[in-house]
Design a protein around this ligand. Structure first.
Ligand SMILES: NC(=O)c1ccc[n+]([C@@H]2O[C@H](COP(=O)([O-])OP(=O)(O)OC[C@H]3O[C@@H](n4cnc5c(N)ncnc54)[C@H](OP(=O)(O)O)[C@@H]3O)[C@@H](O)[C@H]2O)c1
Length: 285
């Protein structure tokens, strides 16, 4: 299977190219300036010869999007649609990455894939528009929603915790937002398995299993570093105001996996344990 990963220089894209190559696939990775998803001709040239195109390219600055929604919309909605149109014209299939920020976030049980979208943030609105647009442009599309990503090739919360641990005795992390920390390598593996299995097109939730708060994640990172987890203290969302509203409960349900005969992604705590030596070489216990 010939794959093209667009946004290949980003946190997920970098691991995805490596994971796909490791699974024996022929894979090309492209990013700006070699491909620009806002440019139809650039998209058409890039997707030629690819059986599967994964769109990891996005405007991911969640807080900046609150005051820059037009630019976020251009990349996350118009750009996604432009790439999807090129993929459809070339006869390929598309994997479009999306986010837990498209759900309302006020629930108490995991959100099913068919729950109505109700994003509270500008970033969420642009990603929801992107989902709608790619479905309209390319019928052979898997929309893969993920959340709380961390990996070796981008800024993320586990790395922030490790840095803070070297700078301060204690630090607060938000305890009243609950989600699913997800390792980019496990997500990449999950994307490969969905496509390899020929699983049904549609909306997929690809997050590590279980659920926790940012505070729970921070404590787990400290454990992996052999440090006292109590150094991370719980704080409410109000104590750390940010421009973009965050969902309070954005845990995504994984029903599609079992229905398609696939194993969902492993539990987040197991993922963090496997990721720690990669994220913190020489520092993980
Ligand atoms: N990170 C998370 O926690 C998270 C959670 C849920 C969902 N997601 C979704 O997962 C996907 C991957 O996220 P990520 O964290 O790996 O993102 P990332 O690290 O920000 O990477 C995105 C890549 O896309 C590139 N890009 C931006 N505009 C482009 C354009 N017009 N044409 C081609 N490439 C362009 C960026 O280049 P520049 O850096 O030069 O702009 C960057 O290399 C995104 O769809 C994101 O919405 C992420």
């Amino acid at each position: 299977m010939r794959w093209l990963v667009v946004g290949a220089a980003g946190m997920l894209g970098t691991d995805l190219v490596e994971v796909l190559a490791g699974r024996g696939h022929e894979v090309r990775g492209m990013d700006l300036p070699a491909v620009d998803i806002l440019d139809p001709a650039s998209c058409a040239a890039a997707v030629a010869g690819a059986d599967v195109v994964v769109n990891c390219a996005a405007y991911t600055a969640v807080d900046a999007a609150e005051t820059d929604e037009a630019r976020a919309f251009a990349v996350n909605a118009v750009g996604a649609a432009t790439l999807a149109r090129a993929v459809d014209a070339a006869g390929g299939a598309l994997v479009q990455l999306s986010t837990d920020y498209v759900v309302a976030g006020d629930g108490t049980v995991p959100w099913p894939a068919d729950a109505p979208v109700a994003p509270a943030s500008a970033y969420g609105r642009t990603k929801a528009a992107g989902e709608w647009a790619v479905r309209a442009e390319c019928p052979r599309t898997w929309v893969v929603r993920t959340a709380w990503l961390y990996g070796a090739h981008g800024r993320n919360i586990p790395s922030t915790v490790a840095r803070l641990a070297g700078e301060r005795e204690s630090f607060g992390f938000v305890a009243d937002q609950v989600g699913q920390p997800t390792w980019t390598v496990d997500l990449a593996d999950g994307i490969a398995r969905i496509v390899e299995a020929g699983a049904p097109y549609g909306t997929w939730h690809a997050t590590n299993g279980g659920e926790t708060s940012w505070h729970g994640l921070a404590q787990a990172v400290l454990e992996e570093l052999g440090l006292d987890p109590a150094r991370a203290t719980p704080i409410p969302t109000d104590a750390y105001p940010l421009p973009a509203p965050r969902p309070a409960y954005s845990v995504l349900a994984h029903d599609m996996w079992g229905a398609a005969g696939l194993e969902p992604l492993p539990h987040w705590r197991d993922a963090l344990h496997r990721a720690a030596p990669v994220l913190f070489p020489g520092r993980a216990r």
